[in-house]
Structure formats: C-alpha cells, structure tokens
Write a protein that binds this ligand. Structure first.
Ligand code: NAG
Ligand code: NAG
Length: 400
C-alpha cells in the first residue's frame, strides 16, 4: 500500500523541520503577543504559558495523522533499564477460557482477533524497592491502569508520557504500594497495515485483570480498574464485561476510575452548547476546518465491525445518545470515580456517564476540574490542578 507523501522520507523529515521552525520562530512569538491580553485567552484563569502549550498541542495533533506520528516504546530487555518499576509478561487467555465469553468473544469472531502475550509494568511507590514477588499481601490494594492514546498511540512503559498518571497515582496514594499498567495491543488502519481491532486491547486488559486476581491473588474488591481517555473507554468496557457476564472465577473489581474518558466514539453531540463545540478552542486537539478528531482512531479500533456500532454498542460508546434504553445499563457496576476537565471537548462523555451511573444507583464520585484540558492528569505542567486532582482521587482510593 503506498504511503502518503508526508509519511515517506525525506519528505517527512523536511516537513517536520519546516513545522518545528515555523512553530518555534513564527507561531509561538505570535501567540505570545496574541495571548498577552487576558481577553484573548481560551480561559481567563490560564497563565500565558498554558495558552501557548495548548495551542502547540492543537497544531501537533493536527499534523500527527498526516505524518503517522508514533509514540510507543520498545519493551526493555531487563528490569535494570527501569526505575522503581518491573516488567511482567501477561499470558494471553486460553482460547477456551471461561472469561473469553460474551460480547468480547462475539467481536473476536467477527474481527479474527486472538489472545496474545503482552508486557505490563508494576510501578512501585518511590521508596518501595521493586520486587519480583508477585503475590498480594493480605488485604493489599492495587490499581490496573489502562493508558490513553486514542487506541493507537502511547505505552505503559514508565518512561513514556502516557504513564504520567500511573506515576502520579502511585506517588500520592497512601494505601497503594504498586500499580499494574498493561501494554495492550495498539490498533492501526489505512494508510498503515490494519492491526489489532477490537477486542485485541480489551482481551489484553482482561488478561491483566485475570493475572491480578488469579496469579497475584488480589481480591477483586481490592482492585480499582482505571483508565484515561481511550484507556477510560477500555476500563468501562472491561468492567462491563465482568459485570454483565457472571464469571465465577473472575468477579468484577471493587472500583472503577475514568480520567477524561472517551465514551462516545460517534461524537454524536455537536450542538453549539455541547462540550465538543463549546470547548473547541480550549482543548488540546486540532480544531477548525478539516480537523476530524478520531478519523484514524475509530476505524482502527473498529476494524471490520459495522461503523454504526460506534453509535449503538454500549461496549464502545456507553455515553452515546443513540443507546436506548439507558435504564439499567450500569446495573451492578462498582463504585466509580469520574474525573474530567471542564475545558475538554469530550467532557460530555464523562458527565453523561456519571448521570447514567447515578440513575442506576451506582455510588459515583464526580470530579470536574475547572479550566482543565483533556487528560490534564498526564501533563505535569497542568499545575496546580493535576496534583490537587491526584490528591482527591487518591483519598477516594485510600478510603473504605
Ligand atoms: C524512585 O524512587 C526514589 C526513592 O526510592 C525516588 O527518589 C525517585 O524519585 C523515584 N524515581 C521515579 C522516576 O519515580
Ligand atoms: C511526564 O512526566 C515527566 C516527568 O515528570 C515530564 O518530564 C514530562 O514532561 C511529562 N509529560 C507531559 C506530556 O507533561
């Protein structure tokens, strides 16, 4: 398959050079002047540096699909390469495993996806020596963290930016000494060779959850399944799988956390008052004509599934307005923490999920952070909001 010109060298290199030079020497100085008066800032509370950072992300996310930006990381050969972390391999589920059932198995039959062995990382709290001892102590609590990256980017490797939430959680939670972050398979689509559609990532997250319960011996009620952005989508789908299919060997976790979760892959809410339109200028994504958020990610994740499923399948888009009825769709869910920024375009995904969870009687804690962008917990420059939000979610995780 021919690659678009900007994905081929030397054009990609030339374009990137032009891009960096124009951003650093032309656009940033212009933005600096433009954002000096507070009335031009997307949010009056933002410092000038944040306005410029957010604009930079907007242009970066605009060119990423054109040049085929990759942000993955090679798996280390030994733990020596890691700081305060250790590598484990998660075996793929057996083909006849009782947990490989329900909608996940149906999707696998359509898309041809098989279970696979994937890496995962234990992140240890600074001060705790990384150990190879897998077994949980009696009553030990942990988190299964599922990173973001629109299903096709990012890694659970501790050196990659998508791990900044994992680092933040393990540093701030008092009752948690280690967190498992799973390096699930990433999807791809045209113009790349198609790879790993649904349920590849979900099967890997399911295998990681099974590893925590069956191999490491954590009690399900002591596990929180967490994810940010597309990882939040996977966290919701994983918990839904465990709630909807009563699997004797694998009960659902005690808690669910969504950070800036992406819960409507169809982007169906597009009226001026919806967050998708209202927050277009205040989020990190490319906006304006030609910017089509998710135009790579959604077909990559859906693969050969019918694209209509992005509207109606509760495993893909539990916050979609096209799902009916909504009553009962969260019945049996564990207590849930919903975190999102009030400046993000997919804020509605989180607020709708919170409403639907509450309507079904689930114990929900909602933390909408004023003037915070999508996935602000990843950005160490998004202070003080990031640390304050980490403290709140950790005090929730530490509580009974
Ligand atoms: C690793 O842990 C040490 C303390 O044990 C801490 O000083 C250091 O900041 C930690 N490094 C990272 C990357 O978390
Ligand atoms: C992630 O955290 C590291 C270490 O604190 C920091 O250097 C890096 O800039 C962070 N990444 C982002 C995107 O903020």
């Amino acid at each position: 398959m021919a690659q678009p010109i900007l994905r081929r060298q030397p054009f990609k290199g030339l374009y990137l050079t032009y891009f960096v030079v124009s951003v650093v020497f032309v656009r940033i100085p212009l933005w600096f002047i433009w954002f000096l008066p507070k009335r031009n800032r997307p949010r009056a509370s933002w410092p000038l540096s944040r306005c410029i950072r957010v604009r930079t992300y907007q242009v970066l996310t605009g060119i990423a699909p054109k040049i085929g930006l990759q942000a993955s990381h090679p798996v280390p050969k030994s733990d020596e390469e890691l700081t305060n972390a250790s590598l484990v391999w998660i075996d793929g589920l057996a083909e006849d495993s009782d947990v490989f059932c329900g909608r996940i198995r149906k999707a696998a039959e359509i898309t041809g996806v098989k279970p696979a062995r994937v890496p995962a990382y234990w992140f240890f709290r600074p001060g705790i020596s990384p150990t190879k001892e897998v077994k949980a102590r009696s009553g030990e609590r942990t988190v299964l963290q599922i990173h973001g990256g629109a299903f096709h980017l990012g890694s659970a490797h501790p050196d990659v930016a998508t791990s900044n939430i994992t680092h933040g959680l393990v540093a701030h939670c008092k009752n948690i000494e280690r967190i498992l972050a799973v390096d699930y398979r990433l999807s791809a689509t045209h113009p790349d060779p198609p790879a790993n559609p649904i349920p590849a990532a979900l099967l890997d997250c399911l295998a990681a959850y099974r590893y925590l319960v069956v191999e490491a011996g954590f009690e399900p009620q002591n596990i929180a399944v967490a994810g940010d952005s597309a990882g939040g989508n996977l966290a919701f789908a994983l918990v839904r799988h465990l709630v909807e299919n009563t699997i004797p060997s694998l009960p659902p976790p005690g808690r669910l956390i969504g950070f800036s979760s992406w819960l409507d892959l169809s982007f169906s809410r597009r009226s001026p008052e919806d967050s998708f339109m209202r927050n277009a200028a205040s989020d990190i994504f490319a906006n304006g004509p030609g910017a089509r958020f998710g135009e790579y990610a959604v077909p990559a994740y859906l693969g050969p599934l019918n694209p209509e499923e992005a509207k109606t399948n509760r495993y893909l888009s539990p916050s979609s307005p096209h799902i009916t009825p909504v009553e009962g769709m969260y019945k049996g869910f564990p207590k849930t923490f919903i975190s999102a920024g009030d400046a993000e375009i997919i804020l509605d995904d989180s607020t709708v999920a919170a409403e639907r969870l509450k309507a079904d009687g689930v114990d929900v804690t909602v933390d909408i952070v004023p003037d915070a962008v999508h996935d602000f917990m990843v950005f160490t420059w998004h202070e003080p909001e990031r640390t304050e939000a980490l403290r709140r979610v950790c005090s929730w995780l530490d509580s009974d």
